[in-house]
Design a protein around this ligand. Sequence first.
Ligand code: ADP
Length: 170
Amino acid sequence: MNRIQLYQGDITEMHVDAIVNAANKSLLGGGGVDGAIHRVAGPKLLEECKKLNGCETGQAKITLAYRLPCRFVIHTVGPVWHGGQIGEPAQLASAYQSSLQLAKKHQLKTVAFPNISTGVYAFPKQQAAEIAISTVHNFLETDDWFEEITFCVYDDENYGIYEEILNQDG
Ligand code: ADP
């Protein structure tokens, strides 16, 4: 599991090949981590996003990072939580999986993820963390491309949840 790292802080400060943005389907900016990424990247990021024609839930698209210290931004759309009976867990797993596939396709070795869907989209944090970690873990087990995948958590509650699961996994 040593290719999985846990970090608490602002994802816009990370010097990785790609940070992942928890975007919405329009890809035209929003609040939370999306707002923070666009603020730091500057207006050229929005200009590039406007050309992408949005993104479906569970899919991912890539842009340059402009003024961010990382090289690329992978924009993925997690599901809005509606109670968990309409495919939200599979859609969340797909958001992580699609982001990793896209990063690999672009030959990126280090990627940082925020806690997709656990803010405004209201996905329960414990279940979201289990899905995020198992999806990344399974990818790394079957594919040795990536050097390091970092879970960038922002709030203390998510930090505690991630720490516990990652310690269990050894
Ligand atoms: P979603 O709409 O997918 O729920 P949000 O941006 O509302 O997206 O929240 C996703 C997660 O990103 C939340 O856990 C939130 O605490 C976290 N977050 C907010 N700002 C930042 C930031 N600057 N860096 C990293 N994570 C952040």
